[in-house]
Design a protein around this ligand. Structure first.
Ligand code: ADP
Ligand code: ZN
Length: 628
C-alpha cells in the first residue's frame, strides 16, 4: 500500500510527518528522530546513538519509505528479524529477511522479490552481506538506482573490546567503497566515547553526522538493596509486580536453574535461559517470553541482546553486573514503551570478591585487568551511593548533572537515606583486619568484632585480641555494610588471590588516624525494605502518570483495557505474532480511555495507522461499543 513512495526533497518535510501518521499512527517525532530522518532522506550518512527504547528503528524505516528502492538493514540479531518483519507487515510495509534460518529455496524467492523491487526493507545477517551472490544482487539494484539506504544496526559490534564483537562487521566497509552514493545510517545504544570512535573509523563513517541522544530513561525507577535473604527479597519484589513480564539476571547457570524452579514453586511463570541450554529450548523460552503474558525469564547475561519486547516491566539483578555499561544495557530492556518500569539490584560483598577473582583469574593482560577493576569500582560507587542513582549513571555516560540533582525516580531520591557517622565503626573494622594479619574475609572479621565463639575464632586465638567483642553493639548486617562501603571507597581491598582476604590500602591511613570520617546509610530492616519496594512502585506510577492525558484509567476504561488485552491475545495467537505486533499496551490503553465511536476517532489514537485501521477497525469499534 505504501511501496515505492519517492519524493522530491522539497516535500520531504511534509511527507515525513504524514507518513509517520499514516503508517505508524504516531503524531509526532521523538527526540532527534526528525533530524535523523531528514539527514538520511537527503542522502547523507548518520551515526545514531540512542538509548534502548529511544526509537531507533524509525530512523531508518521512515527514510526507507521516503526514498526510492529497498533499504538494506544489517543486523546480527537473527532471532529478531522475524518479529521485525511481522511488525512491518502489520503496518502494511513490505519487508523480508535473509539469514541462515531460511532454506535455499526460500532465500532464492526473497532475492527474486527484492530484485523485482517488491521489498521496501530487507534485513540481512552480516555474514550474508559479503557473499558474492548478495553483492551481485546489490550491484544490479545499484545500477538501477534502487538501493534506498544501508542501515547498520547494533553498530557497536565492530568494537573489538566489547563482548558483542562480530568480525563480519569489519567487512561492512565494502558498502561504502562499492556503493558510495548510497547513504548509510549506523545505530547503537552503546554510549561510551571509545566505542563511538571505533565505530566511526572501522565503518569509515568519519563524515557522518552524529546524533547523540540523552541516555536518560526517565520511566525506569532504579533501586539497589543489600542482600540479606535473597529469595525472600526477590519474592517481595515480584509480589509487587504480579502479572507483569520481567527478567531476573543471575551470574551462573546453576543459580539461574535454582531460582527459576524456586519461582515456579511460588506460582510464577518462570523460565530459565542460559548458554548451557540447547538451542531449541532457548528459542522456545525466548518465544514464550515474547508472546505469553507475565513470563519471568531467569537468565544469565546470555539473554537479552535483541530482546525487543516493549513491555518488560522489571529487571532484577540478583548478582552484581560486570560494569555500569552492562548494568545500563541490561536494565535498559525494561520499559521500552515508555511506561513505568523498575530496575532493582540485590548485592553483597561476596559479589565483589567473586568478580575480582574472575578478573584476576582471567587470561587477560594487566592493562585489561586494571580496566576491568576500575569498571567494578565505578559500579560499586553506584551501589553504595546515598545520592541520586540516575545522576551517577548519567554522569558515567558523560551527561553530568548539577550538584545535588534529584531525579525523584530512584530509591535514594524517593527515600533519601539518613546517614550515620560510621567513622568509629570503620576504625574498629580496619584495626581488626590489621590485628588478624589481613588474612581473613568479612565474615571472620565480623565474628571477631562481635565476640563470636566460632571454632575458627577460638582455634586462631582471636578471642584473645584486644578488638575481640568491641563491635558487639552493631549488628552483622550493619558490619557487612561498613565493609562494603570501605571496599567501595577503596580503603579495603578484597584480595581475590587470598580468597577474598581484606587488606588495607594507602587510603585507609587517614581514616585510621582520625583525619577523615565516614558517613554512610543505615541498613534497612526487612519491613523497611518491603515498605520501600511498595512505596517506590506507587511513586513511579504517580510520576509516570503526571500528565492529564495519562490520568489513571477510570473503572470503565479499566474494563475496556482488560477486554482489549484479551482480544489482542487472540489476534496475536491467530496470526502467530507477539502481542505487541498487534498493538502496544500504550495504544490499547489510549483506546480504552478514548472509547472511540468512529473510525476517525480511532485513527487519531497514537499507534493506530491506516493498515491497522483497515484490518482491525471494525472489530475494535464493535468491541468498544459492546462494553458501553
Ligand atoms: P530502540 O530500537 O531504540 O530500542 P524502538 O525503535 O524499538 O527502540 O522503539 C521503541 C518503542 O517506541 C517502539 O514501541 C516504537 O514503536 C515506539 N516509538 C518510536 N518512535 C515513536 C514515536 N515517534 N512516537 C510514538 N512511539 C514511538
Ligand atoms: Zn534519583
Amino acid at each position: 500500500m505504501n511501496s515505492s513512495v519517492s519524493s522530491p526533497s522539497s516535500t520531504v518535510a511534509h511527507d515525513a510527518l504524514a507518513t509517520l501518521k499514516r503508517v505508524y499512527g504516531y503524531t509526532s517525532f521523538r527526540g532527534a528522530q526528525r533530524e535523523i530522518v531528514d539527514c538520511v532522506v537527503a542522502g547523507e550518512d548518520a551515526l545514531v546513538l540512542m538509548p534502548t527504547g529511544g526509537g531507533k528503528s524509525l530512523c531508518y524505516q521512515l527514510p526507507a519509505l521516503l526514498r526510492d528502492g529497498v533499504a538494506i538493514v544489517v543486523s546480527p540479531l537473527i532471532a529478531l528479524m522475524q518479529d521485525q518483519v511481522d511488525a512491518l507487515t502489520a503496518l502494511g510495509v513490505s519487508a523480508s529477511f535473509l539469514n541462515s534460518s531460511l532454506s535455499l529455496d526460500e532465500a532464492r524467492s526473497v532475492e527474486q522479490r527484492v530484485a523485482r523491487g517488491e521489498v521496501k526493507l530487507l534485513y540481512v545477517a552480516p555474514e550474508r552481506l559479503n557473499t558474492e551472490r548478495f553483492l551481485a544482487l546489490l550491484d544490479s539494484l545499484s545500477n538501477a538506482n534502487k538501493i534506498a539506504l544501508f542501515a547498520i544496526d547494533e553498530a557497536h559490534c565492530v568494537s573489538q573490546w566489547g563482548h558483542d564483537f562480530r568480525s563480519d562487521y569489519l567487512e561492512l566497509t565494502i558498502l561504502h567503497t562499492r556503493f558510495p552514493q548510497v547513504p548509510r545510517i549506523a545505530l547503537t545504544a552503546t554510549a561510551d566515547e571509545a566505542t563511538r570512535a571505533e565505530i566511526r573509523t572501522k565503518l569509515q563513517l568519519e563524515n557522518a553526522k552524529q546524533f547523540v541522544s540523552s541516555f536518560d530513561r526517565p520511566n525506569i525507577h532504579y533501586a539497589v538493596t543489600d542482600r540479606s535473604d535473597e529469595r525472600d527479597q526477590l519474592i517481595d519484589f515480584l509480589d509487587a509486580h504480579a502479572h507483569e513480564a520481567g527478567i531476573v539476571y543471575c551470574l551462573s547457570r546453576s543459580k539461574v536453574e535454582d531460582i527459576a524452579s524456586f519461582l515456579r514453586t511460588k506460582g510464577y511463570n518462570a523460565l530459565p535461559y542460559h548458554a548451557g541450554l540447547d538451542a531449541q529450548t532457548r528459542r522456545d523460552h525466548q518465544a514464550r517470553f515474547l508472546r505469553e503474558d507475565a513470563v519471568v525469564i531467569v537468565a544469565t547475561i546470555a539473554f537479552g541482546m535483541g530482546i525487543d519486547k516493549p513491555d518488560v516491566r522489571f529487571v532484577v539483578h540478583l548478582d552484581l553486573p560486570k560494569s555500569i555499561e552492562g548494568y545500563y544495557q541490561e536494565t535498559g530492556r525494561a520499559g521500552r514503551d515508555g511506561e513505568p518500569a523498575h530496575a532493582i539490584m540485590v548485592y553483597g560483598l561476596g559479589d565483589v570478591v567473586k568478580q575480582l577473582r574472575f578478573i584476576e583469574d582471567s587470561d587477560a593482560g594487566d592493562e585489561f585487568k586494571r580496566l576491568q577493576k576500575s569498571r567494578l569500582d565505578r559500579l560499586l560507587a553506584l551501589a553504595e551511593t546515598t545520592a541520586c542513582r540516575r545522576a551517577i549513571l548519567l554522569d558515567y555516560f558523560g551527561e553530568a548533572q548539577p550538584n545535588g540533582y534529584r531525579c525523584m525516580n530512584c530509591d535514594n531520591c524517593n527515600d533519601p537515606p539518613d546517614t550515620w557517622d560510621a567513622t568509629r565503626a570503620a576504625q574498629m573494622l580496619l584495626s581488626t583486619a590489621v590485628r588478624t594479619g589481613q588474612y581473613f574475609g568479612g565474615a571472620h572479621l565480623i565474628d571477631v568484632l562481635r565476640g563470636s565463639k566460632s571454632e575458627k575464632v577460638l582455634a586462631r586465638g582471636h578471642d584473645q585480641l584486644p578488638v575481640y567483642g568491641i563491635g558487639n553493639g552493631i549488628d552483622a548486617d550493619t558490619w557487612r555494610a561498613v565493609i562494603r562501603q570501605l571496599v567501595a571507597r577503596g580503603l579495603l581491598h578484597a584480595d581475590s588471590e587470598a580468597y577474598g582476604a581484606l587488606k588495607l590500602t594507602e587510603l585507609a591511613r587517614p581514616l585510621l588516624r582520625g583525619e577523615t570520617s565516614l558517613f554512610m546509610r543505615p541498613i534497612a530492616s526487612k519491613q523497611e525494605r518491603r515498605a520501600k519496594t511498595i512505596r517506590s512502585k506507587a511513586e513511579s506510577l504517580k510520576r509516570a502518570r503526571r500528565t492529564d492525558e495519562d490520568e489513571a484509567l477510570t473503572s470503565d476504561a479499566q474494563a475496556r483495557f482488560a477486554a482489549l488485552k484479551t482480544w489482542r491475545t487472540a489476534q496475536a495467537n491467530a496470526a502467530n505474532v507477539p502481542a505487541f505486533v498487534v498493538f502496544s499496551d500504550a495504544t490499547l490503553r489510549a483506546i480504552a480511555r478514548a472509547a472511540p465511536v468512529t473510525r476517525e476517532a480511532l485513527l487519531s489514537v497514537s499507534g493506530v495507522g491506516e493498515a491497522k485501521l483497515a484490518r482491525y477497525g471494525d472489530e475494535l469499534l464493535a468491541l468498544v461499543d459492546s462494553l458501553r
